[in-house]
Design a protein around this ligand. Structure first.
Ligand code: NDP
Ligand code: OXD
Length: 309
């Protein structure tokens, strides 16, 4: 049995080591693979070149190295009928909750303002707002959105979430569907996007959405860059409708050198590192899934490609 790994070379080696330690019977090959394509049973990939996966006629499953599968769904030649599995693993979940918590507290405690004051050598207190007076709202109540909300609970924020289907989560006011979006936004002071990129979520963070938030709200985008209409954010920041933003994902990555986000004083930027799959913990999920398939059982976390996540 053989598995093809396509990720950056360091992480590819880490995956190969982790798989060798956990599943010695499985041969692994780092991409680019020069052998017989028919010998490959499984692919574990991040942003493979379009058309690459159709070269392997005997693939039994495609594992995404990341939680998002838009890098696969956007391949017009993705082989039909092969299950695509998204990444669900504790290291990725923990990393995202760390990032989200950090970003929420950054906005809650006025760190962009204090950074601006520091540049001008201004020593001045900004009156603190108690956590219970602010609502943190998460777009996307999946594996990552729900864990982030759990980690935010001890701080005492009002918590809300929005998903496609109805949800019930203790301590979180849940909204769903297009009908629930407006009410969710109206109460949300710190908005976090943890949605998958689909035809429905593309461009969702736009002028209209920003206009429904309370004036001065903060936006944290850790979903995908294509969910944010970048010019609309700049306009909303200039008008004060949005008070600040933390962005980890962008329409074009790496963010071009001339992009206005780089120098914007109300935007905090990171280079798509909100969270990363940790091969040493993720390997267990991949191995367990291969063993399930080989035993004739159903795979876990298979995505619905029609729905887009
Ligand atoms: P899940 O599939 O577990 O959850 C997705 C959630 O989004 C679900 O609650 C789903 O609703 C909701 N959703 C999807 N479409 C819509 C819609 N049209 N309207 C309302 N809600 C919708 O995904 P994960 O939590 O594992 O990951 C979320 C995303 O985070 C990834 O797809 C990826 O893009 C991003 N990500 C970014 C990283 C980074 O480093 N920046 C790292 C990892 C992930 P329902 O529950 O009803 O189905
Ligand atoms: C992911 C990512 O989807 O890192 O896991 O963006």
């Amino acid at each position: 049995m053989a598995l093809l790994i396509k990720t950056d070379i360091d992480r590819g080696n880490a995956w190969a080591e982790a798989l060798a330690a956990n599943y010695p019977e499985l041969k692994t090959y780092n991409w680019p693979y020069k052998g017989d394509p028919a010998a490959i049973d499984y692919a574990l990939v991040w942003q493979p070149p379009k058309g690459e996966l159709k070269r392997y006629p005997n693939l039994k499953a495609i594992f995404s190295v990341g939680a998002g599968i838009d890098h696969l769904a956007s391949d017009p030649d993705l082989p039909a009928g092969i299950p695509v599995v998204r990444m669900v693993e504790p290291g990725l979940t923990a990393g995202m909750s760390e990032y989200v918590t950090l970003a929420v507290l950054n906005h809650h405690r006025f760190m962009l303002d204090y950074a601006a004051q520091r540049r001008e050598k201004i020593w001045e207190e900004i009156p603190q707002i108690p956590a219970e007076a602010r609502q943190v709202g998460v777009l996307g109540l999946g594996v990552l959105g729900r864990d982030a909300l759990e980690k935010l609970k001890p701080f005492g924020f009002k918590l809300a979430g929005w998903s496609r289907s109805p949800k019930s989560i203790t301590g979180v006011t849940c909204f769903h569907g297009s009908g629930g979006l407006e009410e969710f936004l109206a109460g949300t002071d710190i908005l976090i996007c943890l949605l998958p990129l689909t035809a429905e979520t593309e461009g969702l963070l736009n002028r209209e959405t920003f206009g429904k938030l309370p004036a001065g709200a903060a936006v944290i985008n850790v979903g995908r860059g294509a969910q944010l209409v970048e010019d609309d954010l700049l306009e909303a920041l200039d008008s004060g409708q949005i008070g600040g933003a933390t962005l980890d994902v962008f329409q074009k990555e790496p963010l071009p050198g001339k992009h206005p986000f780089w120098k914007h004083p109300r935007i905090f930027i990171t280079p798509h590192i909100a969270s990363m799959t940790v091969p040493q913990s993720a390997v267990r999920a991949v191995v367990a899934n291969i063993q399930r398939l080989e035993a004739g059982e159903a795979l876990q976390h298979v995505v619905d490609l029609k729905r887009g996540y």
